[in-house]
Design a binder for this molecule. Structure first.
Ligand code: LLP
Length: 421
């Protein structure tokens, strides 16, 4: 459920007409709904009640400071994967004890940053990383709380580029080696084992792979405890999928996911941490774009819009589907037409949709790409020297620009021409 609905023929973000934002900000832009973000965070948190838990928002899905502040004020923790994301969480006012540091390639600088600023735990993914963290923590006179991310060798049944829980993927420590690596962790100075971490992939639309992983984690918890380790936290990662089309079958809800967590892991007395990104942010955001031209091809009609693959890369990168809707509602009974919706970038891959049935659309009309809140703005680039598009946050009947569109001067002044040229 989201808060982007038509009212009197106008697509709204909560109580604000999208067309009014477009008039004020220009297109293209991302718009997020505070009510939807809040609702999705709460659904997860309530689904895990009464287990002790922390919902750590995966910042990588949507990292704007205003969004982090909104979620942080609701009590959310944050899952970060870089020094930059760590700085964002801190800048949004999230205390270190609510920040978990994930990622397969943490650098020593990133470790120092988080140890100095405060961190809930590092989710360590390899033996070399364990050694590096031990050295860095010892040198600082600090103790780093850690989990080991185990790779349970479970098929997440999702897009191959975002599946992470199979043994051929680069992530985590093979579950068969986990006891040996935990023993090594316990023997190293500057580290304190606090739990286990697992994340098997993203956009999972079935609970079965989660169940297979959680059952393995429950067994491992008992084994590690028998080996003398303190396992008081289980970080279950993120990955619950969202509906990208309104017609397809709905993926399981946070409530179903919470019930599964309680059934498979609830008896262990651990604090549960989860790292959802997409489910919180995905359907909380739209990308809004204007049609520049309607171009008649030989056998098809192109809608050339002012957003492109650099603004929303998911269709060209993963073949992802995003529903596209007109901002001014089509007249009832308007016969749909098939369009190829494309951006202005000079690549055929700059295609958002092929043969998409839409009501008749003319140049100058506004279109909204739905489900674009997650992995939209954060994956944008300035390819073709197209400025990063602004981000707007709506709450009730007001909105604010939460990231401004850079000017061409802003872009050019980051570069310099050496004196010897
Ligand atoms: N935790 C870890 C360790 C992760 O690697 C990820 C996502 C998450 C949590 C959050 O997963 P989520 O709840 O959002 O599924 N760019 C791709 C998605 C990449 C996901 C990477 N890791 C896309 O646009 O679909």
């Amino acid at each position: 459920m989201d808060h982007f609905l038509y009212k009197n023929g106008q697509l709204m973000a909560e109580d604000v007409a999208i067309a009014d934002i477009a008039a004020a900000v220009g297109t293209p832009f991302y718009v997020y709904s505070a009510a939807t973000l809040t609702r999705h965070y709460r659904l997860f948190s309530e689904a895990l009640d009464p287990l002790p838990h922390t919902v750590c928002f995966a910042i990588k899905s949507l990292s704007n400071l205003a969004v982090l502040k909104l979620l942080g004020d609701l009590g959310a923790g944050m899952d970060v994967v870089s020094g930059g994301e760590y700085m964002r969480a801190k800048a949004a006012g999230v205390p270190g004890e609510r920040i978990v540091f994930s990622g397969v390639g943490k650098t020593r600088d990133e470790m120092r940053l988080a140890l100095t600023g405060g961190v809930r735990q590092f989710n360590v993914e390899s033996e070399p990383e364990l050694l590096a963290l031990s050295e860095v923590a010892t040198a600082l006179g600090a103790v780093a709380p850690i989990t080991l991310r185990v790779n349970p060798d479970v098929d997440a049944k999702t897009h191959e580029k975002i599946a992470t829980g199979k043994k051929e993927n680069k992530f985590g420590i093979p579950i068969s080696k986990a006891r040996a690596v935990y023993a090594q962790a316990a023997s190293l100075p500057g580290l304190q084992v606090v739990g286990i971490d697992v994340h098997i992939g993203s956009q999972l639309t079935d609970l079965a792979p989660f169940e297979a992983a959680f059952v393995k984690i429950a067994e491992l918890t008992e084994q590690l405890r028998a080996d003398g380790h303190t396992i008081s936290r289980l970080d279950l990662g993120g990955g619950l999928g969202i509906p990208y089309t309104r017609s397809n079958e709905a993926p399981p809800l946070p409530l179903d996911y919470g019930a599964l967590v309680k059934r498979t892991l609830g008896h262990l007395g651990c604090e549960i941490e989860i790292e959802p990104g997409r489910l919180i942010s995905g359907n909380s955001g739209l990308l809004v774009s204007e049609v520049i031209y309607v171009k008649e091809g030989e056998d098809r009609t192109f809608l050339i819009v002012d957003a492109a693959m650099n603004d929303l890369v998911r269709p060209s990168m993963y073949g992802a589907h995003h529903d596209i809707v007109p901002v001014i509602e089509a007249a009832a009974g308007a016969p749909p037409q098939d369009y190829d919706v494309v951006g202005p970038v000079c690549e055929t891959g700059d295609t958002f949709a092929k043969a998409r049935a839409l009501p008749p659309i003319g140049a100058g009309e506004l279109l909204a790409f739905r489900s674009a809140g997650a992995y939209g703005a954060v994956m944008a680039s300035e390819y073709n020297t197209r400025p990063l598009v602004p981000e707007v946050l709506v709450q009730g009947d007001h909105f604010a620009v939460i990231r401004a569109r850079p000017t061409f001067e802003d872009i050019l002044k980051r570069e310099s021409i050496p004196a010897w040229l």
